[in-house]
Design a protein around this ligand. Structure first.
Ligand SMILES: [Mg+2]
Length: 224
């Protein structure tokens, strides 16, 4: 059985983010936020008053505000908002693709008995469009649809680690966004950034990443 050595720590489990880490990032999050902002004003909520910066949390916050005055309006809003983002995710997935080295990476880690999982804020439908045979390469996939609270809340990573019977202190969370680093911290795991999304090395170091790779396949070099 092999392991990865990261800053002298033994890692036997790797949990990947999906978009920007294993697959090309082609979701326009700025447009998604604008579309949701428009929907929020149609429901009469002052968008400027919202605290959160990520779209799923903005939706949750807005639903909580609407819940105070009209539970049915809140429910209708959540349904509309999730449809807006799912439509955008599925449309992006239609022209999405895995990075060239992704299948080889997952296969190599399995051959070395390193446990692997995938957690994503994306929906299961879009993930399966981009990676239809995902279960042949990775059995533990936790999408937005599978949890109450998505990352950076630790629920998704904790769930993946429990499926994998993995210990957080021997696990690495790897992703293309500082929120993946935060997720690793929140679950007590190590964390790594990759530069295949839209963030820079400094963003990951500021977020407290243990290591930053050019791309996810670079972790193969750390196999012992
Ligand atoms: Mg990502």
């Amino acid at each position: 059985m092999s392991f990865l050595s990261i800053n002298h720590t033994i890692v036997d489990t790797v949990v990947f983010d999906f978009d920007g880490t294993l697959a090309k990032l082609n979701i326009d999050f700025d447009l998604m936020r604008r579309n949701i902002a428009e929907l929020i004003s149609r429901y009469g909520v002052e968008h400027q008053s919202l605290r959160h910066k990520y779209v799923l949390e903005i939706i949750e916050e807005t639903a909580a505000i609407l819940q105070n005055t009209s539970p049915s309006k809140s429910q209708a809003f959540t349904k509309d908002a999730l449809r807006v983002i799912e439509d955008m995710e599925v449309e992006a997935a239609g022209s999405g693709e895995l990075f060239a080295g992704t299948k080889k990476l997952l296969t190599t880690l399995r051959e070395h008995s390193v446990r692997t999982g995938i957690i994503t804020r994306n929906c299961v439908r879009a993930v399966h469009m981009i990676f239809p045979d995902i279960s042949a390469y990775c059995k533990t996939v936790v999408c937005r649809d599978h949890v109450q609270r998505v990352k950076p809340h630790p629920e998704q990573l904790n769930l993946a680690l429990s499926y994998l019977k993995a210990r957080p202190e021997r696990s690495l969370m790897i992703g293309d966004h500082p929120l993946d680093i935060e997720t690793g911290h929140n679950a007590g795991a190590l964390s790594a950034g990759v530069l295949t999304g839209r963030c820079r090395k400094e963003d990951f170091l500021t977020a407290g990443a243990d290591i930053v790779f050019q791309e996810a396949t670079d972790i193969i070099r750390l196999l012992k």
